[in-house]
Design a protein around this ligand. Structure first.
Ligand SMILES: C[S@@+](CC[C@H](N)C(=O)[O-])C[C@H]1O[C@@H](n2cnc3c(N)ncnc32)[C@H](O)[C@@H]1O
Length: 449
């Protein structure tokens, strides 16, 4: 974008998705319309983007155009602050949202996805023209977009892409340099990470998908598109899982023959890791819909677990376990690289609300740990209230538990994620030279025998 020098150590990437071809001009306009629908749905609230995928404007598009629409919406979400900085310099007064959406969608194409300006501008003008509400702004749309193409976007700041309240929180928690690095991490579309079954060679998977094996065994690839068509998917040799998301199950270190429970299991990336160790695994989750994906993942990989559908606090079963994993529901602010919409969807009040849920679930999890057994607690959140503060409070109310300090490198985590207490605070800005990883808080506790 404007400050190209700040695109990060790995440099600019080629466009991931081809824009619809010119001869399919109408489809091209429909694809841009769908991108705007997706963008606004994502800005409206949590889950908005996913539900909008089934809206007629999106679902009726041919597959490649739907993929293009989604890529444009994601690019606009990642760079929304910068796009608005560019627009606001050229707009004398705020236009209606429908007009701003057309402009945002066009700039996401030219500035992020490298769509040729003529295609982005002409489809934007056609879009403006066809709705009576935006028709009066057709010339403005044309002038603004041609102006940006002619003069360049001008200077923009990566931090503008972060909502102010979150940027203020992260500045206070992690400091100014970390905030700047987080803002840079938030601009880039991440690579795809795969966790590999223990009997499969990560180097062979890496060769198959033109990727590289990272510490801990995760394979990282710059490939895009439908993973189901990649080598090794059908035979269940691997599953998609961010490098940071693979850390908690490694830290729990389940062994063959142990009784293990995953208390918030769906859609199951961590369950698969636990099952692959040869442990006897219960996968519990309150959501039957999400567990359907977990069951499909088990079937594809040939792994087995006992699947239980119930809220963890209400499970009427008196078993206790050698190892308990609690990957608690959270704001998911650490996943902003893959899900840029979380930054917009998360509201300040949710942090405290989810912290209450995590408190309850931690107590339910503790009851399931055998004397001498392990409990790993994790959240993909950047917020201390959902991570460090939970564990500090838990250890105060449960003196039978103590922290077992993590060895970060042994579990595939950046070394600098280790906190003085022995927990892991993984930030998306870490491993910048490798392309980063999701933000996670992970703690390993043990019930004193
Ligand atoms: C962060 S996700 C888990 C992701 C999963 N561990 C994985 O690696 O794929 C949190 C999960 O907690 C589940 N959940 C929320 N409240 C719960 C409760 N009270 N008891 C059990 N599961 C719950 C949600 O349905 C959701 O699937």
């Amino acid at each position: 974008m404007a400050d190209k020098a700040r695109t990060g150590a790995r440099g600019p990437r080629p466009p991931r998705v081809e824009a619809p071809r010119d001869e399919a001009a109408d489809i091209g306009v429909e694809a841009r319309l769908a991108a705007g629908v997706l963008l606004n749905a994502a800005l409206e609230g949590r889950g908005g983007l996913d539900s909008a995928l089934s809206f007629r404007e999106v679902a009726d598009l041919p597959g490649p155009d739907r993929a293009f629409a989604r890529a444009v919406a994601m690019a606009a979400l990642r760079r929304l602050g910068e796009i608005d900085q560019i627009l606001d310099r050229r707009l004398q007064k705020a236009p209606p949202l429908a007009v701003r959406t057309i402009l945002r969608v066009a700039l996401a194409q030219t500035l992020v996805l490298d769509t040729p300006a003529f295609a982005a501008v002409s489809t934007a003008v056609k879009l403006a023209e066809r709705d009576p509400k935006t028709r009066p702004y057709k010339n403005l749309v044309n002038a603004v977009l041609r102006g940006v193409d002619r003069d360049g976007p001008g200077l923009t700041t990566a931090e503008s892409n972060l909502p102010e309240w979150l940027a203020a929180r992260w500045r206070a928690t992690y400091g100014e340099p970390a905030l700047a690095a987080l803002a840079l991490a938030a601009r880039e579309e991440p690579d795809t990470d795969l966790s590999v079954k223990p009997d499969v060679d990560p180097a062979a998977v890496a060769a198959d998908v033109e990727g590289e094996a990272l510490e801990g065994g995760t394979v990282r690839t710059g490939r895009r598109g439908d993973v189901a068509s990649w080598p090794g998917f059908e035979d269940g040799s691997w599953w998609v899982q961010d490098a940071a998301a693979a850390v908690p199950a490694r830290l729990l270190a389940p062994k063959a023959g142990e009784a293990v429970i995953d208390l918030c299991a769906a859609p199951g990336g961590k369950t698969l890791q636990l099952c692959a160790s040869g442990a006897s695994v219960v996968a519990l989750d309150r959501s039957d819909t999400r567990l359907k994906r977990l069951r499909a993942n088990l079937e594809r990989t040939g792994l087995t677990a006992e699947v239980v559908v119930t809220p963890a606090e209400d499970w009427e079963d008196d078993r206790s376990f050698d190892a308990v994993l609690l990957d608690a529901p959270c704001t998911a602010t650490g996943t902003f690289r893959r899900n840029p919409e979380v930054l917009r969807a998360t509201k300040p009040a949710e942090v405290a609300k989810l912290a209450d849920v995590q408190h309850r679930l931690l107590d339910a999890a503790a009851e399931r740990v055998k004397p001498g057994g392990r409990l790993v607690y994790c959240v993909c959140s950047m917020e201390r209230e959902e991570g460090e503060t939970q564990i500090i409070a838990f250890l105060r109310r449960n003196p039978a538990f103590k922290t077992v300090p993590a060895d970060p490198v042994a579990v595939g985590s950046p070394a600098e994620a280790l906190t003085p207490e022995g927990w892991l605070r993984i930030l998306p800005s870490m491993w910048a030279e490798k392309g980063g990883l999701d933000g996670f808080f992970v703690a390993r506790l043990e019930r004193v025998a």
